[in-house]
Design a protein around this ligand. Structure first.
Ligand code: FMN
Ligand code: SF4
Length: 600
């Protein structure tokens, strides 16, 4: 391998075996070390990985957590969601701006801090929260801001001017509570690590798939696809190597269930990945971990190392000579769309995270063009429990079409935000009672891409056959401004659109602008009709799930809260006082041109 002239870069490129598919790992390492990836570094990386520099810059420019220009030594990213704002994120942002003498999006004059808003960072139960480089700080108040900045200044090494030690600094409020309010069979601590694997290895792989089918497990990532069917499709794909990918991107605002599984039940998830590897005939698996969860990486690597020592990873797992399995963790870099499985695979291959055309589905042509099963973190944890306890116990819980329990991330206007493990089929009323919020004004089920549910529908059941959800439950009190919250969701989608297809790229921006018009009380009835029609067009014509679901909050609140829209409308349609034709004629006369109407 030719040297790039930069020893650190050479080392990173060697670490990934000069594999261009591992571009993300190299970019992340350089970003962490230097605070940005310069054009010179991009060229050197391209040379080292044997790719065109345009491809490196294409990927680099796509992800929010990569920067091509130098930024502050510390990147503070404040989570901006309706939940963080309910809990005072604006006041915290103001305190940072005042203390640093800058506006959001700027770098302090001493180069210490670059301050930005970011989308949800998976802390909806302990907002306001922020990332300071890779450290997460929670339950922030304006009062704690001076102490955080003092800790950052103290962490700068006087001789080098860079943070010491490395990228991680001890900070006040750097704590994450698991916040498990109600545990059930999934979050039980009864079994030992590896029990599910040992049970699986007693059976031939196809019998393992049969057990998952008997449990009627459906994917917990949102769509509810039957897990056994996905695995069978993958097993029936072209002969040769197969892959299992754990989707730990958890980007849906309001959800944090996978965070808790990874921080407190990582062995269960790794057991699930290993069982999937055995069932599919995959020699290794990859966990795609969102950049916002990079603070968990050291602990996750420790768990993997312990598993290798215990014979739960590596060759001859649990003494089974014919089965070896390895797990690698790859970090994302701040792109919500990378939770979509085909975009995730693109990102894993070192490209921008744009979804692929389907078919072919990943089960046929997935990661590195091989049959691939992408499964959510919670799905894989369920797999481990099914193998430990048997499919009957799992299938006995929940409803006919939605078996087992579901992890619900509750946040917002409730006295007990946190993680609730409940059987599928519980009503929204039942869940609100558990959280101590019986008088909620409305509930956003399934995150911004889900739907807004009004009190008249709180008797509906949380299950795939009724209110389907990946687990984000945002509770809003009766006095909250529905239209403002819908506007914030519209801003989220406009920011997160990958830009590949026009209906979503342009449509989400138009939805945001038109919703802002409505929320500001400047819209007429005709504008509402146009907004509804645009929302329908974006939903029907967008290429992937992001654009197809982006209009959901607008459409569901128009249906369930028409009175909120009506109350904000202008009394009469806007009548323009400007005669455009006359104005154009006057302008043409002034410039000595012929008026437009004479040209055609
Ligand atoms: C825009 C978008 C974002 C998504 N984000 C996630 C995510 O963060 N985590 C996840 O597991 N699935 C996410 N999904 C669903 C995945 O594409 C995929 O269906 C899922 O990982 C499959 O796992 P499962 O069968 O275990 O549910 C997302 C889908 C879309 C369209
Ligand atoms: S719908 Fe949006 S996110 Fe999906 S491909 Fe089109 S632009 Fe990208």
């Amino acid at each position: 391998m030719a040297s790039t002239g930069d020893a650190f870069l050479d080392e990173q490129i060697a670490l990934v075996g000069a594999d261009r598919g591992r571009l993300m790992d190299v970019l992340r390492a350089v970003q962490t070390r230097y605070g940005h990836v310069s054009d010179a570094s991009a060229s050197a990386i391209a040379a080292g990985l044997g790719m065109h520099v345009g491809d490196v810059i294409d990927a680099l420019s796509f992800y929010a957590f990569f920067s091509r220009v130098p930024a502050g030594r510390f990147q503070i990213r404040l989570s901006r969601t309706p939940i963080s704002r309910i809990h005072g994120a604006d006041a915290v942002a103001h305190a940072f701006c005042q203390a640093l003498g800058i506006a959001m999006g700027e770098t302090s004059p001493d180069g210490l801090v670059t301050l930005n808003w970011t989308s949800d960072i998976g802390m909806a139960d302990q907002e306001p929260a922020a990332l300071v480089n890779d450290v997460v700080v929670t339950a922030l108040t304006p009062e704690v801001v001076p102490a955080i900045l003092a800790a950052l200044r103290a962490a700068i090494d006087a001789s080098t001017g860079i943070p010491s030690p490395g990228n991680r600094v001890p900070l006040p409020h750097a704590r994450v509570h698991p916040n498990v309010v109600q545990a059930g069979p999934l979050l039980s601590r009864a079994a030992r690590r590896g029990d599910g694997i040992r049970a699986a290895l007693l059976l031939p792989p196809e019998q393992v798939v049969a057990r998952i089918a008997a449990a009627r497990l459906r994917g917990r990532g949102g769509a509810g696809f039957p897990t056994a069917l996905k695995w069978r499709l993958c097993r029936n794909g072209p002969d040769g190597e197969r892959h299992i990918i754990c989707n730990a991107d958890e980007g849906e605002p309001g959800t944090f269930k996978d965070r808790v599984l990874l921080s407190d039940f990582a062995d269960l998830v790794f057991d699930g990945m290993t069982i999937a590897g055995y069932a599919l005939g995959a020699p290794s698996g990859v966990m795609y971990l969102r950049a916002e969860y990079a603070w968990m990486l050291p602990a996750l690597h420790d768990v993997l190392a312990a598993r290798r020592r215990l014979g739960l990873l590596g060759g001859a797992i649990c003494g089974h000579d014919a089965f070896g399995f390895e797990i690698r963790i790859q970090s994302g870099a701040g792109a919500y769309i990378c939770g979509e499985e085909s975009a995730l695979i693109e990102s894993l291959e070192g490209k921008r995270g744009a979804p692929r055309d389907r078919p072919p589905f990943p089960t046929e042509h997935g990661y590195r063009d091989r049959p691939t099963a992408v499964n959510n973190v919670e799905t894989l944890a369920c797999v481990a429990r099914i193998m430990e306890n048997g499919p009957e116990m799992f299938a006995a819980l929940g409803t006919r079409e939605s078996t087992g329990t579901k992890l619900m991330s509750l946040s917002g206007d409730c006295p007990h935000p946190g993680l609730y493990e409940v059987p599928f089929g519980i009503t929204l009323n039942g869940l609100l009672d558990l959280a101590g919020a019986p008088d909620a004004g409305f509930v956003q089920v399934g995150g911004p891409s889900g739907r807004s549910v009004a009190p008249k529908d709180f008797g509906r059941r949380l299950a795939y056959e009724d209110l389907s959800t990946g687990g984000s439950i945002m509770i809003f009190g009766p006095d909250r401004d529905v239209l403002d919250i819908v506007l914030q969701f519209a801003e989220f989608f406009a920011d997160e659109s990958c830009g590949w297809c026009t209906p979503c790229r342009v449509g989400t921006a138009l939805l945001r602008d038109q919703m802002a018009h409505v929320a500001a009380g400047r819209a007429t009835l005709r504008d509402i009709g146009a907004l509804e029609s645009l929302a329908g067009t974006v939903a029907r014509t967008s290429r992937c799930g992001l654009g197809q679901t982006a209009p959901n909050p607008i459409l569901s609140t128009m249906r369930d809260f028409p009175e909120r829209y009506e109350a904000r409308l202008q009394a009469a349609d806007f009548v323009s006082k400007i005669d455009l034709i006359a104005a154009q004629r006057e302008s043409a006369a002034l410039q000595g041109r012929r008026p437009v109407e004479e040209l055609f």
